[in-house]
Design a protein around this ligand. Structure first.
Ligand code: 5GP
Length: 565
């Protein structure tokens, strides 16, 4: 599978342009004056436009400690706030309410200030820029490297998912770059909180002290990305800004992320460099899998590194980006199931199945989201589809396009759920006088008519034929395939120390043939540990038996030992 390049859809909110620093390369900074603070109305307007455009991130980036600049406070006080961080907190709350996750980059902050903002921010950031003492930072209290390193360290202590980065071409040497990266790597080794590092090329701006500087070359960017790959632990994403750098030529050096891209706002720090449109982004990343992410990376969601107040927003936005899939997927699915969405693709004979993070039970009565669940089920499903194909069973599987996206053959689905049971459990023990765990004399095939509104009633052979769902021959074929799948899977699971209790299959037709469609995953099978009887399947969720993701991971560890969790 091709390498994944991630990005986030954001809106950029420069709450104020006033800044206590005066860097030799900056055109963002403005003196206090009309318009130096974005009004609450302007903020709300941008947030709403962002939400309408499908953005997930509200990037609050603004001048550092503007209160220290004479004449600034009245411009903020007119809106009823006495500090920029108080204003930022209030606007971040609005962002959450409207549907975006805040990420704040306010320059240097104390640990207390970060703590204050952390209940309304999914992540925060501060560019280290460089550990070197450079003339460009002569008039900048906040650019003293020791202060910035101290803040990044404080963020680690506070368990704040953090973004940092280095700026190239501002007067630092290659060995300074190496040192800066090393400092970041060391902090991450200590606290595990750095989610991404931005390798940003400085672009000289006319009218600034450094307008005659050459900026960073393509070669500098390529070499530094390679250096970052060598120095940084692999769980830190390496990001370049695609509006500033020649992404196509730098991606192969080890880039894994393109940062925040906005369909709504400009890059206020580099206003002369527009963001690429989403279709341009797809073209830039041809040969890679372009995947959307939130401003908080998945590993930090999994670790629970966020405040309770923003949990629901994280979960719902995670679901949004999963349903949307990569930007090459059309916005609207062709079919939306309880745990999967199906999209059309450029090829009329192929569909894209997105394994979502939703988990439902009891016909949708219970519904939750679990980070990573889509990928785990997709991985299992891919594995079993390939195994069955190797046994001569026709399946809809074609290939994976991302860890949670499967390209499949377009089928005309048959509205039947074909269930094979080896051991009595679930609905069988409720409906019939048989104790759970009873090994059946032979594998039993039962078939339900797939219809949520009717509660998926059990159906029999005569009904299937008189309702013209299948002919007698087709039904015989379906049952034969189901039993063959059972033979293959039972034997395989047995070798992994797992008892295949029962499972559900769905079928479809294409070109006069019957194919196995749907999925084969921990959602659609009952799997018990052969020794302990412990459940490794959806029953863990249905009946609150423990952590369902741990159970699913246990299955993957047994069936694909080399699978990286
Ligand atoms: P039961 O009839 O005991 O509820 O389910 C039998 C088997 O089929 C179980 O392994 C169960 O997970 C699977 N199954 C039944 N209905 C569904 C369904 O609607 N979706 C999924 N994914 N699996 C189902």
């Amino acid at each position: 599978m091709s390498s994944v390049i991630t990005y986030s859809r954001n809106v950029f909110l420069p709450l104020t342009f006033v800044c206590r620093n005066s860097c030799g390369y900056c055109i963002f900074r403005r003196p206090p004056g009309d318009g130096c603070v974005l009004s609450p109305d302007e903020v709300l307007q941008i947030l709403r436009r962002g939400a309408e455009a499908g953005c997930t991130e509200a990037l609050f980036t603004f001048g550092e400690r503007p209160e220290e600049v004479d004449g600034f406070l009245p411009f903020l006080e007119q809106f009823g706030y006495s500090s920029i961080l108080e204003y930022c907190h209030a606007m971040a709350e609005e962002a959450l309410r409207i549907g975006l996750l805040p990420h704040t980059n306010a320059g240097v902050m104390t640990a207390d200030e970060m703590k204050y903002l952390s209940d309304v921010n999914a992540s925060m950031g501060l560019m280290l820029e460089t550990t070197a003492d450079i003339p460009a930072h002569r008039n900048c209290l906040g650019k003293e490297p020791g202060r910035r390193i101290a803040m990044i360290e404080d963020a680690g202590r506070l368990k704040i998912p953090f973004t940092t980065g280095i700026l190239l071409g501002i007067g630092e040497t290659p060995s300074d770059r190496r040192q800066s990266l090393q400092v970041i790597a060391d902090l991450h080794k200590k606290y595990g909180h750095i989610q991404e590092i931005i390798i940003q090329n400085f672009c000289p701006k006319p009218g600034t002290e450094m307008s005659a500087f050459p900026g960073a070359s393509l070669r500098d960017m390529q070499e530094t990305v390679r250096m970052a790959k060598e120095i940084l632990p692999p769980d830190i994403a390496i990001q370049i800004p695609p509006n500033l750098a020649d992404a196509e030529k730098i991606l192969p050096c080890g880039v894994t992320d393109l940062g925040g891209i906005s369909p709504v706002t400009i890059d206020y720090v580099n206003p002369e460099h527009p963001w690429p449109a989403f279709d341009e982004l797809a073209a830039l990343t041809k040969g890679y899998t372009l995947q959307e992410r939130l401003c908080i990376y998945p590993q930090f969601i999994r670790k629970g590194w966020y405040h309770d107040k923003i949990r629901d927003r994280i979960i719902s936005l995670e679901n949004t980006i999963h349903m949307r899939g990569s930007s090459v997927i059309p916005a609207k699915p062709l079919y939306e199931g309880k745990a999967k969405s199906v999209y059309t693709s450029e090829n009329p004979d192929e569909l894209i199945v997105v394994f979502r993070n939703d988990m439902t039970a009891f016909n949708g009565v219970k519904h939750d989201l679990f980070t990573d669940k889509g990928r785990l089920n997709a991985t299992a499903s891919e594995f079993f589809m390939k195994m069955l194909e190797a046994e001569g069973i026709k399946t809809h599987y074609i290939r994976m396009s991302a860890p949670d996206k499967m390209i499949v053959r377009r089928l005309e689905m048959i509205p039947l759920e074909v269930i094979v049971r080896n051991v009595a459990a679930g609905s069988m023990t409720k409906k019939y006088p048989v104790a759970e765990g009873t090994v059946l004399d032979w594998p039993v095939v039962t078939i339900d008519y797939k219809d949520d509104e009717r509660g998926d009633p059990m159906i029999n052979d005569d009904l299937i034929q008189v309702l013209h769902i299948l002919t007698g021959d087709e039904l015989t074929q379906v049952k034969k395939i189901a039993l063959l799948v059972n033979t293959v899977l039972t034997r395989f699971f047995d070798e992994c120390g797992i008892c295949l209790v029962d499972f559900k299959l769905e079928f479809g037709k294409a070109g006069g043939n019957i194919f196995l469609g749907d999925e084969i995953s921990m959602d659609s099978m009952r799997l018990w540990d052969k020794e302990t009887g412990e459940s490794f399947d959806k029953d863990v969720y249905r009946f609150d038996k423990g952590d369902v993701i741990t159970a699913y991971r246990n299955v993957l560890k047994r069936i694909i030992p080399e699978f990286s969790l």
